[in-house]
Ligand binder design. Structure first.
Ligand SMILES: [Zn+2]
Length: 280
């Protein structure tokens, strides 16, 4: 509907309003929808001159709140896209849907999110270790999503072979230190699948630089790995490996991801539900 501007005089001051949205009653203007008065008290302006402002009514406030919520939701969506990059499927990982919420690693994950600000100050991260198929990636992605939702801060989750491929793909054009710094500029970095990368001097140097840049940026890192914890904790005779491990030992608290795979369990549940649907 088009605006239908009318003007009324209140206390000798002209006050224009949209007659389609508001109406006059006893010398004041009210919203047609919520009934709140929208003309303010007359304020002294210059000398004897007065001014009346239009006040926001309940409808205006609600619309504003809705717009703000939408803005936050969009911001969160963009942060998640940046976080997972090409692995968009991980956006759906959520701690709220984990089927065994009492498992120790799930409780640790929840507390990590809850106390993230405090842990950040101490540069305290986690290392998820355990066998293949225990849901380390899933749990790390749950943490990433929750941290983004709660704090609206930048998180990146990358797997190390991906990072190395990315650097190699860019070839000589890339300033590696700048690349590491950008990777490390986020509030939380998650390095997934540490240890499956090629074991060469060249690759080890890159992995060290990635982890060391993070160490120097004094921000928390979560690492997931299939390497047995003992190998990392006991120190290695391999000098290249040992300098990586010693950084990890300083930055990350070990969390064993044991038991059944959270993902697989979810998958099984889904299969059961599908089967029930099919069998009636
Ligand atoms: Zn209203």
């Amino acid at each position: 509907m088009e605006d239908k501007i009318k003007t009324i005089e209140i206390d000798g001051v002209e006050f224009p309003f949209n007659a389609n949205k508001a109406f006059e009653k006893d010398g004041h203007i009210y919203c047609r929808q919520c009934g709140e008065q929208i003309d303010s008290e007359p304020l002294a302006c210059l000398g004897s001159k007065k001014i009346i402002f239009g006040r926001k009514c309940k409808c205006d406030r609600e619309e504003e709140a809705k717009r703000k919520d939408e803005e936050i939701a969009n911001h969160i969506r963009r942060l998640k896209e940046e976080c997972f990059n090409t692995s968009r499927n991980l956006i759906s990982c959520t701690l709220d849907k984990v089927i065994e919420p009492d498992r120790q690693e799930v409780i640790i994950a929840k507390n990590f999110v809850k106390n993230f600000k405090e842990l950040s100050k101490g540069n305290s991260g986690l290392i998820f270790h355990g066998n293949v198929g225990t849901g380390k990636t899933y749990l790390a992605a749950c943490i990433a999503n929750k941290i983004i939702e709660e704090y609206q801060i930048r998180v990146k989750m990358r797997n190390i072979p991906q990072i190395i491929n990315d650097i190699e793909k860019r070839g000589f054009d890339i300033d590696k230190n700048d690349y590491y710094r950008r990777l490390s500029s986020v509030s939380l970095l998650i390095l997934d699948d540490f240890g499956i990368e090629r074991n060469t001097e060249y690759v080890n140097e890159m992995v060290y630089q990635i982890i060391n840049t993070r160490y120097e940026s004094k921000k928390p890192t979560i690492i997931s790995t299939n390497i047995p914890l003992g190998v990392i904790m006991n120190g290695s005779n391999d000098i290249d490996k040992e300098r990586i491990y010693s950084r990890i030992r300083e930055m990350c608290i070990p969390v064993k991801i044991a038991g059944k795979d959270i993902r697989t369990e979810l998958g099984k549940k889904k299969l059961r539900e599908t089967r029930d649907l099919l069998l009636g």
